[in-house]
Design a binder for this molecule. Structure first.
Ligand SMILES: [Zn+2]
Length: 507
């Protein structure tokens, strides 16, 4: 419904109640240019409004009315409340509270270069351009123009009022409840300048603090002549037949050493350098005062170099690391050879596991009779061809049992016998169970060598259950745990019920 319109006489915005009735109002719709008829003697059932003279009122007419009403709100405002300012600058939110300002003067459609601001208002803090958005956000070019020219500018978004009564928009504009966005914050420059001054002061303060701290460490070091050489780890990669292996391998573990001699070589704005002698060897000790960059003089040093780098957070300790470590070269080469060997063994392990899984049928043929006899001997079945009970069918694949190289049902059955032979409610270590099982079934010939080389280097749980005795048994016992027959603890289990009876089909 239109209740605001432009007067042909004055080109000013008029409210329906302030114009003569009918065509005498001499108003037009700025959306479609049609003449408007003022209907301001409406009965109580319909409120006063303008209706179009010859055209149909459309969405554009309403949009234009909303835009005009908002523009005139700012044009006639005595005071304006500018919203809070908050923007991200160099990882910090710079903010300023909302402020209330007296409007000294205001102008509609102010030309600025090749753009028009919807309204500009003059205040004690300068000109502020106001954009009213009804459907389209302020054009990108115009926003860029405001930002490049540092013109304080703000956009009010009225799009959500198109479907509402216009009085609601007017009310919210009066109360400054309409959503707004700064296109260029009125105090942006000042906030940035202040923040840069603060950052520059901080930089100096932190630098001085680092200098003092480095000086202190150097004095101590030169007095005691003791230094802790830092850890060194290397990242190795190796590919075997399409499989990529990688590891972070420790090459050197931190160690405190006693130097024979140590003295200061240089102190600059960027670093302090000590030269230490360890018998005939030289070790350079550099205290860096800045992060992210190794000074050229330090990078050019030959021989062993360790560096102290300041932490990002000033409350945290600086960290030591190796910059050059020629004396560890042979050790690195050796470690890499060991790593490549491990890659080959990992590949071997995968092959063995695959072979085991693919051979289930053959292993079944080999071991079924043994199992059938075992079932009979233990009175778990009287049939000639016993079937598998629920717990034995619970899990389909037992890659964790590859090293026993037998039909997994037979291995599991022996496992239950071993556990049942231990006292109820006492903790039975997984390792003991494994060793007992290995007494009954020969281990795969590769197992010991794989275990020896890989056990300390497997990280993922899936891999652990292929090579680490405790994990192998814990994984194999999973069905019994899920069916609440046993309680699995960190390195052993407790039997709740006899396990063997769960293998009987009667159960
Ligand atoms: Zn119209």
């Amino acid at each position: 419904m239109l209740i605001y319109a432009l007067s042909r006489d004055t080109n000013k915005l008029e409210h329906i109640d302030s114009v003569p009735n009918g065509l005498k109002c001499n108003c037009f719709c700025s959306g479609c240019n049609d003449a408007l008829v003022a209907k301001n003697n409406c009965s109580s059932s319909r409120s006063n409004h303008f209706s179009h003279y010859s055209k149909d009122e459309n969405r554009n007419c309403l949009m234009t009315q909303l835009h005009l009403a908002a523009q005139h709100h700012f044009l006639n405002a005595e005071y304006i409340t500018l919203p809070e300012v908050s923007f991200l600058y160099k990882d910090e939110f710079l903010t300023n509270k909302a402020i209330n300002l007296k409007v000294l003067s205001a102008q509609l459609e102010t030309k600025m270069d090749r753009y028009y601001a919807d309204v500009t208002i003059e205040t004690e803090i300068g000109t502020i351009a106001i954009e009213v958005c009804v459907t389209h956000k302020n054009e990108h070019d115009k926003t860029a123009y405001y930002q490049q020219n540092k013109i304080a500018s703000i956009e009010y978004d009225l799009s959500s009022y198109l479907s509402k009564d216009i009085d609601e928009a007017i009310k919210d504009l009066n109360e400054y409840a309409v959503e707004s966005t700064w296109l260029y914050e009125w105090c942006r420059d000042e906030l940035i300048q202040n923040h840069n001054v603060f950052l520059a002061k901080e930089k100096v303060r932190i630098h001085q603090k680092r200098q003092r701290s480095a000086k202190l460490s150097m004095t101590k070091l030169m007095f005691h002549k003791r230094i802790t050489l830092p850890d060194l780890t290397q990242y190795f990669k190796h590919k075997i037949g399409g499989t990529q292996y990688s590891e972070n391998v420790s090459v050197f573990t931190q160690k405190e050493i006693q130097l024979t001699e140590v003295f200061e070589v240089a102190s600059t704005q960027k670093y302090s350098l000590l030269k230490g002698n360890l018998n005939k060897h030289i070790i350079w000790i550099a205290f860096l005062l800045e992060r992210n960059q190794i000074p050229d003089d330090i990078a050019k040093l030959s021989g062993s170099v360790i560096i102290q780098t300041p932490s990002i957070n000033e409350n945290e300790q600086a960290t030591w690391s190796w910059l050059k470590y020629p004396r560890l070269a042979r050790r690195i080469e050796h470690t890499k050879k060991q790593f490549i060997n491990r890659c080959k063994l990992k590949k071997q392990l995968k092959r063995n596991v695959s072979w085991f899984l693919l051979n289930t049928d053959n292993l079944y043929k080999k071991d079924y009779q043994t199992w059938s006899n075992w079932m009979k001997k233990n009175k778990l079945s009287s049939q000639v061809y016993p079937k598998l009970s629920y717990v034995l069918r619970y899990k389909k694949e037992y890659s964790c049992l590859w090293m026993f190289n037998s039909w997994h049902i037979l291995t599991l059955s022996y496992l239950t016998e071993i556990i049942d032979s231990k006292p109820q409610n006492s903790i039975i270590s997984y390792r003991d169970i494994f060793d007992d099982l290995a007494q009954r079934i020969d281990l795969h010939e590769d197992f010991l060598i794989l275990e020896q080389n890989l056990a300390d280097f497997v990280i993922k749980d899936d891999d652990k259950s292929l090579i680490i005795r405790e994990n192998i048994i814990e994984e194999a016992l999973l069905p019994f745990r899920e069916l609440m027959q046993i309680l699995c603890l960190h390195d052993g289990c407790k039997r709740i019920n006899p396990l063997m009876s769960s293998l009987s089909l009667g159960n």
